[in-house]
Design a protein around this ligand. Structure first.
Ligand SMILES: C[S@@+](CC[C@H](N)C(=O)[O-])C[C@H]1O[C@@H](n2cnc3c(N)ncnc32)[C@H](O)[C@@H]1O
Length: 206
């Protein structure tokens, strides 16, 4: 999947129901809960309407949620306030492709469906902010949902291909490379089975 520019995403969120995407992706919930329980400092890339960030903050984490679309960032902040989580969710507008990432250190860096120009090198930069023993979790599309605005006709990369493209080096090891099928809800309330690709990497303890 190609990455779109900031203007595309800004227009996307201006026309999107503000309530959509405020629940977490169950694949991300299950992966973090199973492999990295506890709490700490987390960085999310491409946070959208903040479903994952808000869930993680409610679990006790402090989350820096980055997105290129100001409309999305403003909505995350509003939802965090409404849920009493504003002290644990820091939503910031940043173009991760062209601007520096928050410095960290973080115990967890993660993102669901974060597709941006040069995203492998963005993930590598983000991985540098992870403490030894910490984790990087990527959930990607393993199939195109019927409501996708960018359906792909070719096969989606496998978890191993995603991990190989990251090329994190010998300081990291793969905790989980897998796919998972779940029932998802689209922006219009449509329901369909989708497949997620899971890449969970852990930085080796120093
Ligand atoms: C497919 S959406 C996924 C949103 C959310 N994680 C979710 O699962 O609903 C991709 C997100 O990445 C953001 N994004 C795209 N390019 C970006 C960039 N260069 N820097 C930061 N965020 C970016 C978009 O604004 C959008 O919110």
């Amino acid at each position: 999947m190609v990455g779109y520019d900031a203007e595309f995403w800004e227009q996307h969120y201006r026309t999107l129901d503000p309530a959509w995407g405020t629940s977490p992706n169950q694949t991300m919930v299950d992966t973090i809960s199973a492999l990295f329980p506890g709490a700490g400092a987390a960085l999310e890339l491409g946070a959208g309407h903040g479903g994952d960030a808000l869930w993680l903050a409610a679990e006790g984490w402090t989350v820096t949620a980055v997105d290129v679309a100001q409309t999305a960032v403003d909505r995350i902040a509003r939802h965090a306030t409404e849920r009493g989580l504003s002290d644990r969710v820091h939503a910031i507008r940043r173009d991760a492709a062209t601007q520096p990432l928050p410095a960290g250190p973080f115990d967890l860096v993660f993102g669901s469906f974060f597709y941006a120009p040069g995203r492998d090198s963005i993930w590598r930069r983000a991985a540098e902010t992870v403490e030894p023993g910490g984790a990087l979790i990527i959930v990607d599309h393993g199939s195109s949902a019927p409501w996708s605005w960018n359906p792909v006709s070719h096969a989606h990369p496998t978890p191993q291909q995603v991990a190989d493209a990251l090329d994190l080096g010998s300081a990291w090891h793969a905790e989980l490379l897998d796919t998972r099928t779940r029932l998802a809800t689209g922006p219009g309330g449509q329901r369909a089975e989708v497949t997620d690709t899971i890449v969970a990497m852990r930085r080796k303890a120093a």
